[in-house]
Design a protein around this ligand. Structure first.
Ligand code: B12
Length: 451
């Protein structure tokens, strides 16, 4: 039915069509809670039809632990859309249904038992995790100074230039073709020969679509990036109004790894990579960016009307690649502006393999899974006015082909994943953000290490 469709509309449509099955897809964390709401509503309204759950952010465990208990009809997690055919066949077949439902219930019970009773990973208290954070010598560190502070808008850059920054590997994944794309040959290196032949054909089609999109001016890329004086304050990052660094404009919040590590590696948080207030290195900065590709949804809708679903998916998948490529191009410019990389130092191959100093973590990704860090970033950059990209109330970006994030320049900065966040940290984080514990737990659900 579309993206961000309300529960009422979904259930009304199901009634109108006398639907046999309802399927929900979730791409980012806020959808997970909405799915629980739909399950509860289906129970309240006495639905009995099966509920299928899928999408990048869902899992069999989440379906078993958080969703299934709220609905007495079958609730089935489907890992791959192509599996929805055998799954619905079983669910709708008179002789297979009972067996399938019983097996699904047993699997979900096992997942719940494992979750509640299984061996717990060893975690640290927040105080211990902070003590296990990295120790940098800020007295001997001079942070790079960007060429400007404030923002710069990049309106309608050449799509040909952007195309050079595309990493096509995830594009093939969107078509369920696994492997690694080789820039030099334009070939997807994959283990099975059939997949390689399909990929070659797909890539050829994609190149023709890119030419058409450019010729017909179907996409408009709009982006903004900027640099701001900033300092670390514990696990927070203060953004100052100006160089006097006396008045706070915004605060970004980061979360710290709490899993006990035997490797001797530190328990990191993003704030570790900005110089603390009051140190010799205190003249530090962070950056931020928002990019979006406009036009894909409209063109895809046109193609859908012309009964060309292949073209429609192609256009959206290429728009996603352009959005990522734009983020890569802007990060390249930002590192040049920051002065620690030259324009031509790295090849495009090195760029897509991230062989450079600094990171551009995006709110929602594993180093900062909290999507509510996006609104302050948008405000700080004035991103919506400058780019037309806006946030929905569940912090998804519109248009869909959009990426936002922060820039860190510190040579030790790297991507990492959070998991098993403990209640002491969530309480502390909620307080720092001025949010209730319940709200914070809702936004960080999949990353909580407690029931
Ligand atoms: C492509 C992609 C993008 C694209 C397109 C996003 C879009 N609007 O479509 C771009 C580059 C623009 C992007 C941006 C962002 N992304 Co992104 N992205 C992905 C990626 C790499 C693939 C998702 C995808 O489309 N896969 C292809 C489709 C076909 O697969 P799928 O969704 O899994 O669906 C399959 C099955 O799940 C199943 N299925 C799906 N739904 C259903 C429903 C039913 C009923 C059934 C039966 C089956 C089924 O069938 C499908 C085919 O097998 C995932 C990581 C990943 N590997 O999954 C991250 C991911 C979804 N992105 C993520 C994030 C955080 C973001 C951003 C918020 C980052 C940022 N701050 O900028 C933005 C948000 C954009 C927005 N508009 O709000 C996170 C979400 C984490 C979370 N829990 O919230 C992920 C999981 C990456 C990660 N590991 O952290 N992203």
């Amino acid at each position: 039915m579309g993206v961000m469709v309300s529960c009422d509309k979904i259930l009304a449509k199901a009634k109108e069509l006398d639907a046999d099955v309802i399927g929900l897809s979730g791409l980012i964390t806020p959808s997970l809670d909405e799915m629980v709401h739909v399950a509860k509503e289906m129970e309240r309204l006495k639905f009995t039809v099966p509920l299928l759950i899928g999408g990048a952010t869902t899992s069999a465990a989440h379906t078993a632990i958080k969703i299934a208990q709220h609905y007495s009809g079958p609730v089935v997690h489907v890992l791959d859309a192509s599996r929805s055919v055998p799954v619905t066949t079983s669910l709708l077949s008179e002789d297979q249904r009972a067996g399938f439902v019983a097996e699904n219930l047993a699997k979900q019970q096992k997942l719940r038992d494992n979750y509640l009773g299984g061996p717990k990973k060893e975690t640290l208290s927040l105080a211990e995790a902070r003590a296990a954070g990295p120790k940098y010598d800020w007295t001997n560190y001079t942070p790079p100074v960007p060429a400007f502070t404030g923002t710069r808008v990049i309106d309608d850059p050449s799509l040909r230039e952007l195309a050079n920054y595309i990493d096509w590997t995830p594009f093939f994944h969107a078509w369920e073709l696994r492997g690694v794309w080789d820039r030099k040959t334009g070939v997807l290196k994959t283990k099975n020969a059939e997949g390689a032949a399909e990929a070659a054909k797909l890539y050829q089609d994609a190149m023709a679509w890119v030419d058409r999109l450019i010729e017909e001016k179907r996409f408009v890329a709009r982006g903004i990036y900027g640099f701001f004086p900033a300092n670390q304050d514990g696990d927070d990052i203060i953004v100052w109004t100006d160089e006097t660094r006396s008045s706070e404009r915004y605060r970004f919040h980061s979360l710290r790894q709490q899993l006990k590590k035997d490797s001797g590696k530190p328990n990191v948080a993003l704030s570790d990579w900005v110089a603390p207030v009051g140190t010799a290195a205190a003249k530090d900065y962070i950056g931020g960016f928002v990019v979006g590709i406009h036009g894909a949804d409209e063109f895809a809708a046109e193609l859908d009307k012309q009964h060309d679903p292949y073209g429609s998916i192609m256009v959206k998948a290429i728009a996603d690649r352009f959005a990522e490529a734009f983020a890569e191009l802007l990060h390249h410019r930002a590192r040049v502006d920051w002065g620690y990389e030259t324009e031509t130092e790295l090849t495009h191959d090195q760029l897509i393999h991230e062989n450079y100093q600094g990171i551009r973590p995006a709110p929602g990704y594993p180093a900062q899974p909290d999507h509510t860090e996006k609104p302050p970033l948008f405000e700080l950059l004035g991103a919506t006015d400058a780019t037309g990209v806006y946030l929905t109330e569940s912090c998804a970006m519109h248009p869909g082909a959009a990426v936002c994030g922060l820039y860190f320049s510190h040579p030790e900065s790297h991507y990492f994943a959070l998991s098993e966040l403990q209640k002491d940290q969530i309480e502390d984080y909620a307080k720092r953000k001025g949010m209730t514990l319940e709200e914070t737990e809702k936004w960080l659900g999949p990353w909580l290490g407690y029931a």
